[in-house]
Structure formats: structure tokens, C-alpha cells
Ligand binder design. Structure first.
Ligand code: T68
Length: 824
């Protein structure tokens, strides 16, 4: 018998007493306070650290096993991970919810109160960042090796406040009270360089080569986060990088006696990971942003090659060991970086390096808006990353040569496909670089992928038809059903067992219950309880009162013209106008609470105007005694993941009303469906698939479809024609223009009105009547609670497809080919 030399890993006692002992130890020895003097934050931190201990054994053994097996992994490269609060998810994964609640209660502490202490890490703007968080949750739950790589922003997405109804941004200093979920590893810091120049030299064999002589460097310090699978013993890793000044840099300047300059240099370096750019879908082309992008991918590649892989690993086998998934174009500079590492640092020849690189990357596109496709002017890129620009030029030269062979008589096409744009300035088109370098390119919903192939990247799809694929987005059922909607979770589990938590297709088992009156009664009871819950949150968090006996009509998403919050607003204003002029009896209005949640990018003037208008209309309606109990607008500030978790389960109606052909997918739409809301929506993004699954009779479709939009725009769109011919629309717009919502001042919202009348890029006026008609159908349907509930139950039952576990299966089958690795 050979002795087992593997060192043991500590475990924890899964009992109430065991937990209490650990908790008190953390409180006393970790926080340095005793229970009687502990603040809520002390208790929260101690509890969080105790909970993470319970996941530690699994984390260490996951890492150990991966070290032994060297199984193929996914490296998910994303500038954003919008994680949301961590505590509940950790409790769920470790199956500790009851133990912790009971243990804390025995000490006179209420778990729910401590949960409120957690500040969510808002390290993302919206859908793209939240998708990344759902994906890593699913991979851990499905036992797939994955490492998430991103940036540890010191300030996440800004905290939104309203002053007189206008958005005012406040910094999100989420780290202020301590961050118990992260594990810093300064000893594993890596160095990343920028600037300088490229020089020619001869290697030992006399071959002329080029190499980068950088101008300055920073350090990337890794902070590790646990990504626990659901009750499966696996804990994957999310590694976020924080920028710091290099010690060498510091010392040099310190030694030169310039203390102030040394401190300035330090601040300069730390700026790189200081703040998340709050622009969603509109890249600004700022130098600091490119610094962030290069910073985190260079850290990640270095980390993977030098620290994760075993020392003797042959990099020719890299494509068998890793796939770098590019979450949009933000990490695409990783492509020339890997080439630089292989060619310049490892001394490979170009063709070998390109062959390996091409097999290591895959690219997900998240947009259709032309203005959202990132391009970097060559001036800027060449100044910051001169060697990378050379490498990009060479990739492009070889690609264009290949194209000229394929299309000898079509130089126009060759130029269209160039990675380098010539106009308005010479610039690198990052989406093209990603498409050329990736094994696969995917869109995020069926319609989106189709439009990518047919419109945005049509030349590429013609050249490489097999490169293009679709993976429809999904959301994690752990966070967005099991945790966020305990009432519905319990009801579902009682009906079909709890297998749905990891196999969401099992929700199909609920279909027959849509016809069961008792089940429907209980379903309504849950919805009502969820409304009471959000009413309580809104009262305490925002001082907003809402009536749980009204229909909850909810539109939550980033404020963007293409998403058409204005269309929703026109509907509300029109209703208000009709009631206040007596054209519509208040008794005939379905009582509704219109809930909004939306942040506008700080520099997006029109979006901020629209926020002002929503609040102004809301104030007018909410103050009107005639509308009391009938119409109400609730616009809580600072919509974030935490608020979503209570608001979505309370919704009756989900607003998904973007102009067809503009929303890549949407994921909020899926969360609403799974929580039993009916959708009013256009034929856009994943709405198309939602409607196919749930059936026309359980979905309120309206508006132009994508081909109709294209045709109308081609013909020449004139919004004023709709204003002139549609009385209701005219009255609504006139009411806004009259100053009725701005104390009589006609100038305040004039830009919105004139934009709609003269430009209306997203065809809100064209879809207005169809939208109002669909809302009338909503009213009629809601008037029959039994039929409505039946539809709501069917929405839940048919929503299983939208689990991010399914998305992950699709990525694995179509792109990654990374089999699961079950625990030992
Ligand atoms: C969203 N994109 C899509 N972008 O709009 C949405 N952009 O349809 C889709 O469901 C979601 O991605 C997930 O695929 C974004 O969220 C950004 O947040 C973003 C951030 C920085 C720069 C550009």
C-alpha cells in the first residue's frame, strides 16, 4: 500500500452549532469585536467570511483537481461582470440557508437584516455584464472548468439619484465598508506595459526581428472570487485585475528625490482600474478605456500562460487546453497580444503563432447598432500599443491577400472587409479583427444572429459561412427564480419537485396546472405577496407608495432611445390626457402601476431628458387626486440587480418594446417570463423566441417587424405624418409640448418633442397606434383573472429554454467543446 501524500484540506461542520462557533470566531478574531458591540456591518462581514469558509474546501479541491486533470477550460474574457449580491447565492450553493438563519437567530440576529448590509458589486452596465455573471454561474453548476477574467473597478456603475426629477450621478464606492468575497493576491501580480516604440534587432542566428520597447508599465494584482456551482461541490474562479504602480517605477522616481512625482505616477497607474465606463452600447474611444482593455487581457493571458498552465506545457497544444471567449469587442486586443507573446517572447514563426491563435478565440457580438461597433483610431492605438498595431497590420495584410485570391475581381469587397477602416480616420475595426481571428462568431438571439449574417457582417458570413452561429442568451434560474422568487419556487417545487433548479426544462411539468383552478389561485397569491414585498421595498428605499391591487406594468432596462421608453411614456400621457379631458371615464381605466427603472449614460443628453420627462409625468399623475388608486408611476432611482430581484417577481406585464432589429436579445424579457409576467413586445431580439415558445395567445405582439422597418426607412420615414393623422398621438405630444409637465415652461421638454416630430430615429410614432391597441388587449385580458393567470402559468412552464444552463450547453456543443468534469 502506498501512502497518500496529498495534503488534506480542512472541512467545516455543517450544523447550526458549528456555524455559530465559526461565526463568533470570525466576529471576535476577524473583526475584533464582541457580539454586544458589533455593528451591523461587523456582523455582516463576519457572517460572509464564515459562509465563504464553507465553500473553501470545494474551491481548493476544484483547483487541485484541475491542476491534475488539465481539462480543457473556458476563459471568459469580459470587461464587465455585473455580479449582484453574493451572500444569498453562496448560501444557496452551500446549502446553508436554514443553518445560518437558525444560527443567527440563536444569537438574536435577523439574517434578513444582515443581507441588507451587502453592497452589490456593480461592475457592469447592463445586459452584457449580467450575462457574463449568469454564464459563469451556469458553468460552475454544470461542472465545466471556467475562469472568468475581468477588471476590479474601484468604482462600479454610478449610483443614480434624482434631483427635481433629473438624474444626478454619484460615485459607487462599493469597497468602502470592506469586501468579504474577494481574495487579493498581490504576490501573484503581473506586469503590463504600454507605450514606447518598436525596434529592429538581430537574434542569435542573425535573423532580423522586431520587438517592443515599452515606455511604461503597471502591475496587475489579481483578486479572486468564488463562483460556486449549485450544491455540486465545484467552485470555479473569477479573477479580476486591479492596477497598481510598479515598484521599480516608483523606486526610480523616489530615488531621484521626486516624491510628488512618484505619488502622481502611482495615481496614474491606479487610474486604469479606477472606474467602469458608464456608456452602454456607445463606445467613446477614450484612451483610458483602451488602457483598461489591454490591461486586463494582457494580465489574463500572462496569468494563464505563466501561472495556470504547468511549466512544461507545450503552447502548440493551447487550443486543446483553453478557449478564450471574447465578450463583445472589449477584450479583442487579446488577439494581437497572444500573437506578440508567441512571436516576440517565445520566438515562434508567424504562421505557427497565427495557427494557434486562430484556434484559441471565439467572439460574441452583442449589438446591431452601427455606432456601438468599436473602432480604435490607429494614432491612438499606435501610441499606446505600437507593437500590437504592427501585428494587426500584418494580420490584415495576410487576410486581404487571402481575400484577393478568393475575390480577384472584387476589390471593393476586399476593401469593405479590411480590418482597417480608412474613413473618417484610419482606425481598427475591432469586430472585424475578432471575426477574422475567432473560430466562431455568435449573435445572442436567433434574429440577431440572422441580422449579423445578413447585414452587419454579411461579407464575412459569405466568406466563412460556417464561422457564424447563434447562441440565444439565458439567465440563471438560481438567482432569478429560486432566490428572487421564494414563493413561486416553493409552489413550483411542491408541484413538480426541485429538479428544475438545474434542469429548467422540467418547468414543462407545470403546463397541466395552468388549467387547475386551485393552482392558479395559489399562483395569484404568490404574485400578490411579491407585490406586497416590492411595495415595502419601494416605501422604505424610495418613499414611493404603490397599490398591490393594481396591475404592475414594468419597464426596466438601460435608458436608450432604441429601447423606446418614450413609447411607453406616450401611452401613459395619452391615457392621462384622455382621462383629464373627460374623453375616458376614470372608472373605465384598468388600475395600473407603471414602474420604470433606468440609468442613462451621464453624457447621453437625450436619455437624461427622457428620465426628466418620466419623472415629470409621474409627478403630475401621482399628485392628481382624480387618478388615485387608478394610475400611478413609480420610478425608483438606481435600478440595479438587487432591485431587479424584488421588482421582477412582482410584475404582471413585461415591457419589451424596442424597435424591431435593434435589441440584440434582451435578458430582462426572460426573467419576467420565468416569474410569470406576460410580455407586450415587438418582434425583436429574443422576444421572437419567447413568443414562439409561449404561443401568440399568451403574448401581446405589436409593431413593425424588421423587414417592415427597413422598408419604411428606405421609403423615407416622416414622423410628422403620424402626428398629423393620429389625434390621440397629437394630443399626447401637444400636452408635453404645452408645458403641462414642466410648470408651464414649454422649453424644458421641447428637445424630446421636436426630436420625435422631426427625426424619431427609432420610429416610436410609427408604432404608437399599434402599441396602444395592444395595450387595450392587455386591459381586456387582465379583466379575466383566470385566463390571465393561465397565460402567466404557461409563461413559466414554457420558459425553461431561457436558462443560461441551456445557453452554456449550446456554447459547449457549437463553440467550446469543453466537456464537464464531474467532481472526484
Ligand atoms: C446587451 N448589450 C444588448 N452592452 O443590448 C442586449 N456596450 O440586447 C443583450 O441581451 C445583452 O447585451 C446580452 O447579450 C450591452 O449590454 C453593454 O453593456 C455595453 C457596455 C460597454 C460598451 C458597449
Amino acid at each position: 500500500m502506498t501512502a497518500d501524500t496529498t495534503p488534506p484540506i480542512a472541512t467545516r461542520e455543517h450544523t447550526v452549532d458549528g456555524f455559530v462557533r465559526e461565526f463568533l470566531r470570525e466576529l471576535n478574531f476577524g473583526q475584533g469585536v464582541d457580539l454586544t458591540r458589533a455593528s451591523a456591518n461587523d456582523k455582516y462581514l463576519a457572517m460572509a467570511r464564515t459562509v465563504r469558509h464553507y465553500l473553501m474546501t470545494r474551491w481548493l479541491s476544484t483547483l487541485r483537481r484541475q491542476g491534475q486533470l488539465q481539462a480543457k477550460s473556458v476563459a471568459y474574457l469580459s470587461a464587465e461582470f455585473l455580479l449582484g449580491r453574493q451572500l444569498d447565492n453562496a448560501l444557496l450553493a452551500a446549502d446553508l440557508q436554514d443553518i445560518v438563519r437558525e444560527g443567527l437567530a440563536s444569537l438574536g440576529i435577523d439574517l434578513d437584516e444582515l443581507r441588507e448590509e451587502e453592497v452589490e458589486p456593480g461592475l457592469g452596465n447592463g445586459g452584457l455584464g449580467r450575462l457574463a455573471a449568469c454564464f459563469i454561474d451556469s458553468l460552475a453548476t454544470m461542472n465545466v472548468p471556467c475562469i472568468g477574467y475581468g477588471i476590479r473597478y474601484e468604482y462600479g456603475i454610478f449610483r443614480q439619484t434624482f434631483v427635481d426629477g433629473w438624474q444626478v450621478e454619484k460615485p459607487d464606492d462599493w469597497l468602502r465598508l470592506g469586501s468579504p468575497w474577494e481574495f487579493p493576491h498581490p504576490e501573484s501580480a503581473v506586469t503590463v506595459s504600454f507605450g514606447g516604440s518598436v525596434e529592429q534587432y538581430q537574434d542569435d542566428d542573425g535573423v532580423v526581428k522586431r520587438r517592443w520597447v515599452p515606455g511604461w508599465s503597471v502591475q496587475g494584482v489579481p483578486y479572486n472570487y468564488m463562483v460556486p456551482g449549485y450544491e455540486n461541490g465545484r467552485v470555479n474562479t473569477l479573477r479580476l485585475w486591479s492596477a497598481q504602480a510598479t515598484r521599480a517605477f516608483d523606486l526610480q522616481i523616489f530615488n531621484a528625490g521626486d516624491y510628488a512625482e512618484a505619488v502622481r505616477a502611482q495615481t496614474f497607474a491606479e487610474n486604469i482600474s479606477k472606474v467602469l465606463y458608464p456608456e452602454d452600447s456607445t463606445p467613446q474611444g477614450k484612451e483610458l478605456r483602451l488602457q483598461q482593455q489591454y490591461f486586463f487581457v494582457a494580465c489574463s493571458i500572462k496569468d494563464f500562460v505563466d501561472q495556470v498552465l504547468p511549466e512544461d506545457f507545450d503552447l502548440h497544444d493551447l487550443p486543446e487546453r483553453i478557449v478564450f471567449q471574447l465578450n463583445d469587442t472589449h477584450p479583442v486586443i487579446a488577439v494581437p497580444e497572444l500573437m506578440r507573446v508567441l512571436v516576440d517572447e517565445k520566438g515562434w514563426d508567424w504562421a505557427d503563432a497565427w495557427s494557434v491563435t486562430q484556434r484559441c478565440f471565439a467572439y460574441t457580438c452583442h449589438t446591431l447598432l452601427p455606432e456601438a461597433l468599436e473602432v480604435w483610431p490607429v494614432d491612438l492605438l499606435g501610441r499606446l500599443l505600437p507593437r500590437h498595431l504592427e501585428i494587426i497590420y500584418r494580420i490584415n495584410d495576410e487576410f486581404l491577400a487571402e481575400l484577393r485570391e478568393a475575390y480577384p475581381d472584387d476589390e471593393l469587397r476586399v476593401r469593405r472587409m479590411s480590418i482597417i477602416a480608412e474613413y473618417p480616420v484610419r482606425a481598427v475595426r475591432m469586430a472585424y479583427l475578432a471575426t477574422v481571428a475567432g473560430t466562431k462568431v455568435n449573435g445572442v438571439a436567433a434574429l440577431h444572429s440572422q441580422l449579423l449574417r445578413d447585414k452587419v457582417l454579411d461579407d464575412f458570413a459569405g466568406y466563412w459561412p460556417d464561422k457564424f452561429t447563434n447562441v440565444t442568451n439565458g439567465v440563471t434560474p438560481r438567482r432569478f427564480l429560486r432566490l428572487s422568487n421564494p414563493g413561486l419556487s416553493t409552489l413550483v417545487t411542491e408541484a413538480i419537485g426541485d429538479g428544475w433548479v438545474t434542469d429548467l426544462d422540467q418547468l414543462r411539468g407545470l403546463e397541466p396546472l395552468a388549467d387547475d383552478a386551485e393552482f392558479r389561485r395559489r399562483f395569484r397569491e404568490v404574485k400578490h405577496a411579491n407585490k406586497l414585498r416590492i411595495a415595502d421595498v419601494l416605501a422604505h428605499r424610495d418613499g414611493i407608495t404603490v397599490d398591490p391591487d393594481t396591475m404592475f406594468d414594468v419597464m426596466v432596462k438601460r435608458l436608450h432611445e432604441y429601447k423606446r421608453q418614450t413609447l411607453k411614456l406616450l401611452h401613459i400621457v395619452s391615457l392621462y390626457e384622455k382621462v383629464s379631458t373627460g374623453k375616458l371615464a376614470i372608472g373605465d381605466v384598468t388600475p395600473r402601476t407603471f414602474a420604470f427603472g433606468a440609468k442613462a449614460a451621464p453624457g447621453y443628453v437625450m436619455a437624461k431628458q427622457i428620465i426628466g420627462l418620466i419623472n415629470a409625468v409621474g409627478a403630475t399623475i401621482n399628485e392628481d387626486p382624480a387618478l388615485e388608486g387608478r394610475l400611478r408611476v413609480a420610478f425608483p432611482a438606481n435600478y440595479n440587480v438587487t432591485l431587479a430581484e424584488t421588482l421582477i417577481p412582482a410584475a404582471d406585464l413585461s415591457e419589451q418594446i424596442s424597435l424591431a432589429g435593434k435589441e440584440a436579445s434582451g435578458t430582462g424579457n426572460m426573467k419576467f417570463m420565468l416569474n410569470g409576467a406576460l410580455t407586450i413586445g415587438t418582434d425583436d431580439g429574443a422576444n421572437v423566441e419567447i413568443r414562439e415558445l409561449v404561443g401568440d395567445e399568451n403574448f401581446f405582439l405589436f409593431g413593425l417587424d424588421e423587414p417592415q422597418v427597413a422598408e419604411l426607412v428606405d421609403r423615407g420615414y416622416h414622423p410628422s405624418a403620424y402626428y398629423e393623422t393620429n389625434v390621440d398621438l397629437r394630443h399626447a405630444l401637444d400636452l408635453i409640448a404645452s408645458g403641462a409637465f414642466s410648470g408651464g415652461d414649454r422649453t424644458v421638454f421641447e428637445p424630446i418633442v421636436s426630436n420625435l416630430l422631426n427625426e424619431d430615429r427609432f420610429l416610436a410614432l410609427a408604432d404608437f397606434q399599434a402599441y396602444v391597441d395592444a395595450q387595450a388587449k392587455v386591459d381586456a385580458a387582465y379583466a379575466d383573472p383566470e385566463a390571465w393567470t393561465r397565460s402567466a402559468v404557461l409563461n413559466v412552464a414554457r420558459g425553461g429554454f431561457f436558462s443560461s444552463d441551456r445557453s452554456m450547453r449550446d456554447y459547449i456543443d457549437r463553440i467550446w467543446h469543453t466537456p464537464p468534469v464531474p467532481p472526484a
